[in-house]
Design a protein around this ligand. Structure first.
Ligand code: PMV
Length: 350
């Protein structure tokens, strides 16, 4: 069968949480146990490029990730397809001249320019790009906030990658997830001297997926409840205010203590979950020492579900942060790259 192929492409950047999401209250809808905050990295650095196509001639929905075909049978991807098709159907019902893309199968081709599933938020960029690409293909008029509810069902943190800059994922309280969505706190331009660096300590796949890790924590950690119910709500207010005030000292302190508490609840799980390794801990020690010597937060570290470090610092302190890391970890590639607003990527030998 021949048929016209309709296509749309988009890119979505990685976001790195500075106030971590860890724990689901509804595993099917990906509803979190706490709100979270992240910084979206620049599109020039870590990003997913995705093309979505639809045609009457396609015989099934298919997905290729980095050149390899992957299953589309998972509930999360199916939830995204179903919601987006329903939105397109509403458009088609009111505009009969539109092609009936909601009835065609989809082919999705997605490429990451960074290691997949190594704690570099690949699923966040991946699902954000998938939802955005299909929304573009379907010419949906919906806002990024509305699309964020769909991306959330693919991977929780993906909802935050629909925005640039500083982004909050409000946990919401509705059982159907209708109010669990991302909103922008501030644009990237609002804080132009904020920089980020990513130290790729290991590019291998993480041992415990975030989904399994989170539920182990929710079911077994006694510290977790205190974090979700008492610590994070207060920290959420303080971090949002620090971003709006461009108060790097407060933002940096909160970022570091929140990363440490996230890894503490992982370790408090049974069996314990370890995402950081010795090199990660070396970086923590180094940054803590520099901050102590200078008597202020020169740089802030954060670690997701993997050993790689993300550092945030102000442009004026770039020479201190990068110079110090280069001196201590000399065989690092990429240190001389000009840091962009979001990041430089560097590989640290294990
Ligand atoms: O969205 P997921 O299921 O990949 O989980 C992300 C969890 C963390 O990256 C550790 C924290 C976060 O808020 O992104």
């Amino acid at each position: 069968m021949t048929g016209k192929v309709y296509s749309a492409s988009t890119t979505a950047p990685v976001n790195i949480a500075t106030l971590k999401y860890w724990g689901k209250r509804d595993t099917k809808l990906n509803l979190p146990t706490n709100s979270s905050i992240s910084v979206t990295l620049s599109q020039d650095d870590l990003r997913t490029f995705t093309t979505a196509s639809a045609s009457e001639s396609f015989e099934s929905d298919r997905l290729w990730l980095n050149g390899k075909e992957e299953s589309v049978q998972g509930n999360r991807i199916q939830a995204c397809f179903t919601e987006l098709r329903a939105m397109r159907k509403v458009l088609e019902d009111t505009n009969p001249e539109l092609p009936v893309l909601s009835r065609y199968h989809l082919h999705i081709v997605s490429e990451n320019n960074f290691p997949t599933a190594a704690g570099l938020a690949s699923s966040a960029a991946g699902f954000a790009a998938l939802v955005r690409a299909i929304a573009n293909l379907f010419e949906l008029p919906h806002s990024p906030e509305e699309l964020s509810r769909i991306a959330r069902q693919g991977s929780g943190s993906a909802c935050r990658s629909l925005f640039g800059g500083y982004v909050a994922w409000e946990m919401g309280h509705e059982a159907d997830g209708s109010d669990s969505r991302a909103v922008q706190i501030a644009t990237q331009e609002m804080w132009p001297d904020m920089k980020g660096a990513i130290l790729v300590i290991s590019a291998s796949k993480k041992e415990t997926s975030s989904t399994v890790g989170m539920q182990t924590t929710v079911n077994t950690s006694s510290l977790f409840k205190y974090r979700a119910e008492v610590v994070v709500p207060q920290r959420f207010k303080e971090m949002s205010a620090a971003i709006l005030a461009k108060d790097f000292e407060t933002f940096g302190k909160l970022t570091m203590i929140d990363s440490n508490q996230f890894h503490a609840v992982c370790m408090d799980s049974s069996p314990p979950i370890f995402y950081m390794n010795d090199t990660s801990r070396l970086v923590v020690g180094l940054i803590e020492t520099v901050n102590k010597i200078y008597g202020r937060v020169v740089a802030a570290y954060t670690f997701d579900a993997g050993p790689n470090a993300v550092l945030y610092y102000l442009e004026k302190d770039g020479p201190i942060v990068l110079g110090l890391l280069k001196a201590v970890i000399p065989e690092v590639d990429g240190w001389d790259k000009k840091p962009s607003t979001a990041s430089i990527a560097a590989t640290v030998p294990e």
